[in-house]
Design a binder for this molecule. Sequence first.
Ligand code: MN
Ligand code: MN
Length: 456
Amino acid sequence: MTKTVWEKRKGEERKALFAFAEDYRRFLSVSKTERTFVTNSIQLAEEHGFRELSTFDTLQAGDRVYAVNRGKNISLFVIGEEPLTHGMNILGAHIDSPRLDLKPVPLYEANGLVLLDTHYYGGIKKYQWVAHPLALVGVVAKKDGSVVQINIGDEPGDPVVGVSDLLIHLAAEQMKKPGATVVEGEKLDLLAGSIPCEDEEEKEPVKKQILNLLKEKYDIEEDDFLSAEIEVVPAGEARNYGLDSSMIIGYGHDDKVCAYTSLRAILEETSVKRTACCILVDKEEIGSVGNTGMESRWFEMTVAKMLEKQGSCTLTQLHDALSNSRMLSSDVSVAYDPNYPEVSEAKNSASFGGGICFNKYTGSRGKGGSNDANAEYVAKVRRVMDDNNISFQLCELGKVDVGGGGTIAYILANMNMDVIDAGICVQNMHAPWETVSKADVYEGYLAYRAFLKDMD
Ligand code: MN
Ligand code: MN
């Protein structure tokens, strides 16, 4: 058995661990959507000497490159000494998280109140999203081509919105319903205002008042919601958790905890033998679909452009670059929870403080839909971790046939590269507030650094 991170990282190392976790806590608090995560990643990348791919005529060892897809999907590269056709060491994670989205026609007035209708995104327990302060973060794209940034609820002085819940006094019938239907999807409407406008002729005066406010503050009309992406996320900062502040509770650890640690690993890389890559994608929570999800051909096309800038890109060269790559496909794993021991099988479970998790396979009902990593590749990963004194744990997502889940791993494996599911374990996955151990956040980052440097 390897030591836990807390047993291993003491003194100065422990200080570094807490400092890194604080960087993450702050970044997470202002990066709740895929768009804000990408914007903040670009800023960090440029501070670390990365430049946009189109600004390079040729690519040489040591060049630091990033490419962005539609503001929601980013790839970063540190060019290695070996040609790209020898393959890359790739870190991947997703930056979308379960949430509520505003519908295209969200606004309505009822009984002197104005509400915003939503459609949930990803797998949520709907009852967790009621009676809870929520922020609105996203964009409104206008017909003139301009894009208005919306961010209401995260600054301390901001108002928030929320979904009402039924008072316990009148909930006798509701409380008899099973968890899946105790709060139904169409009941997740946000209360957004209650003051009527001064025009007494107005048929929907409260809605009108909110529209006036939106016009004044953002210069948007009701129809502009038709082309908007406004995400409803828990309001407020991620917080230190536990009396010893050993953990962080925050929105969107799935999978921003793996994304941030992977990002930091590549930002701090300066020279590598094999090209280092970090790819952060959107849409994992709804099946990796769409042109900003992992199923998009964008990543392959980006690699093709890079090959061209190294001299030439034939189909064979592109296939070589992908087939010879190795990947840690990172997504959160389940942390053993003493409140719910019945869903985990202890010796194949991840625990807080155990270090980075590796899942040879994920999936459900007999590994269905998972990338089952080859034993030979798992052995290489173990060697890199042991050589770099990294704590790691091999684990499954729950007991056999209790449930399961998917990741982006199989999609990269389709490109014929070696891929293993990796990541950091969380409690209350997909709840508005999820929990991670700072020990695992730091160990994950160290594991990613080791992988970029030493995987061959
Ligand atoms: Mn995930
Ligand atoms: Mn998820």
